[in-house]
Design a protein. Structure first.
Length: 153
């Protein structure tokens, strides 16, 4: 008694079935990363601005959520396949916060975990930079404007 072999047609059918399952469930080469984060529901919008670039679109918004700063990229879109970093800066030309972008398009929420720098140190811009091991190149900028009267954030 030996092991009974399946006919070649059964093996071919099984191979095709498994290949189709892998293909249709996203097991093949990934497409561009997309994020679908929502804006903070319990936050206060304090700054906003749009990206001014021919290759990047969308807007940047800064929220205060329970006293901490959150950065929200709304309907962000950029060419995929590169490593981008987003920077939130103050008028002191200081990088308040930076991190690697989650995706090349879609709305994205970043909770900085940092308190607002306070009165007299407003947020001025959000920059997206293309980073390599050799350099960091400015790719797009969203200049921010306050949406609230001057108060101590």
């Amino acid at each position: 008694m030996g092991v009974k072999k399946r006919p070649a047609s059964s093996r071919l059918f099984l191979f095709l079935f498994l290949s189709a399952a892998i293909f249709f469930t996203g097991g093949c080469a990934p497409g561009p990363l997309q994020s679908g984060d929502a804006a903070p529901k319990n936050g206060t919008l304090i700054y906003q601005g749009g990206f001014s670039s021919t290759t990047v679109s969308g807007g940047a918004k800064v929220y205060l959520v329970n006293g901490l700063v959150s950065l929200y990229l709304e309907n962000y879109s950029a060419p995929s396949g590169t490593q981008y970093t987003v920077f939130l800066s103050t008028n002191a030309n200081a990088d308040f916060y930076h991190t690697v972008l989650k995706a090349s398009f879609g709305s994205q929420l970043y909770s900085t975990g940092l308190a607002s720098p306070g009165t007299g140190v407003p947020f001025t811009q959000v920059e997206v930079r293309l980073n390599t091991s050799q350099s960091s190149t400015l790719f797009a900028t969203a200049y921010l404007a306050s949406v609230l009267p001057l108060v101590d954030y």
